[in-house]
Ligand binder design. Structure first.
Ligand SMILES: N[C@@H](CCC(=O)N[C@@H](CS)C(=O)NCC(=O)O)C(=O)O
Length: 206
């Protein structure tokens, strides 16, 4: 199998941190997003979604959703589980993965892509070219700030976001914290539980 990725981008970072934590190595090719390589014919022929990361399996199957890539790798490398072991752990981690995606990734991406000149005409990732809607960026910033408060409240209940063990949902959240810096919406200092959590979860990554 082969992984197409771009180290500087947040979705690829989620896969990279997972692989590092698990000690997995895969034949990897960087797709230079700044040069628009992901939009070129060559990459589109391999990955019609035109996004990174993408894992191409030996039978030609293309996995272009981060959670699909992680589910596949987790089944191949079950040691040190990061998607949970018990039914409850699995349900909690999957739920938080989805929540963090909608609360944070989609709103941070909206804030970035609806204002940045580099994303003019490309307000969403993927093959559909759409114009920017600056009002969506304003709404997105409200959603991001609300998400930090919600997460700070949730973290009163648990050590890690989906339970008392470090999981892939924590990788999702740590990468989202970094990504939020791209739109100057990092978690406010006064959310102390969230900041303590960031320190604790980052330490797990070694
Ligand atoms: N469906 C993917 C989306 C991945 C995604 O949005 N990747 C971004 C990089 S972080 C991308 O490829 N963007 C393409 C573009 O900006 O045109 C997921 O699992 O989250």
């Amino acid at each position: 199998m082969k992984l197409y990725t771009y180290d500087a981008a947040p979705s690829p970072q989620r896969v990279a941190l997972y692989m590092k934590y698990k000690g997995i190595t895969i034949d990897t090719q960087q797709i230079d997003m700044t040069a628009g390589e992901h939009l070129g014919d060559e990459y589109r022929a391999i990955v019609p979604d035109q996004t990174v990361p993408a894992l191409v399996l030996d039978d030609g199957t293309v996995l272009s959703e981060v959670i699909g890539i992680i589910a596949y790798l987790e089944a191949l490398y079950p040691e040190t589980p990061l998607l949970g072991s018990t039914p409850l752990e699995k349900a909690m981690i999957t739920s938080w993965n989805s929540k963090i995606y909608s609360m944070l990734y989609s709103s941070i991406a909206d804030a970035l892509r609806n204002t940045s000149p580099g994303f003019k005409g490309r307000a969403l990732p993927g093959p559909l070219d759409l114009e920017q809607i600056p009002e969506l960026a304003e709404r997105a910033k409200i959603r991001i700030n609300w998400a930090w408060k919600e997460l700070n409240r949730e973290l009163a209940k648990r050590q890690f976001i989906a339970g008392d063990k470090f999981s892939f949902a924590d990788i999702d959240l740590l990468v989202a914290v970094g990504f939020s810096g791209w739109v100057k919406c990092k978690p406010p200092e006064e959310l102390t539980r969230l900041h303590e959590y960031i320190t604790r979860a980052t330490a797990e990554l070694g």
